[in-house]
Design a protein around this ligand. Sequence first.
Ligand code: 4NP
Length: 169
Amino acid sequence: MTSVLFVCLGNICRSPLAEAAFRAEAERLGLEVEADSAGTGDWHAGHPPDRRATAAAARNGIDISHLRARQVRPQDFDRFDHIVALDRQNLRDLQRLQPRGSKAELSLLLDHVAGREGQAVADPYYGGDAHFDTAWADAAAGATALARRIAATGLSPGQTGEPRQSEGR
Ligand code: 4NP
């Protein structure tokens, strides 16, 4: 079973949306997956998603109110096949945190969407409801594309085949 961890900064806005959208698409596809989300920061550990994220997900028929934030841990890099960053800073932080020799394949979420490689899911935290709707749409586009690729290819580490524009170096 393929396992995927979605990572943003606080784990209360973007990555819970990506996790929920990924689970929903996997379920639609009949794909068995393990999915979770985490933050590079620990300020919100134990907290439910931001109420504006919960509302945006609810507008799209998905309940994320039961999720609780946590920080990325070193063990995640061996527990998950894929660790998927919501923006480039998250990706850089994950590259810095990844223990040498661990199995997880790191990628940027929108690298999985044809034509959107290298793009970030913008942080909606200081925005309004419209920013959260955009975060939902972008997170769902990436998560849906990733689920479809896993279903189609059995995508496993080392097979992402994506250009590395997302590394921004
Ligand atoms: P997220 O959004 O990374 O999408 O969960 C944020 C949540 C909290 C903060 C920043 C971004 N914060 O500064 O507390």
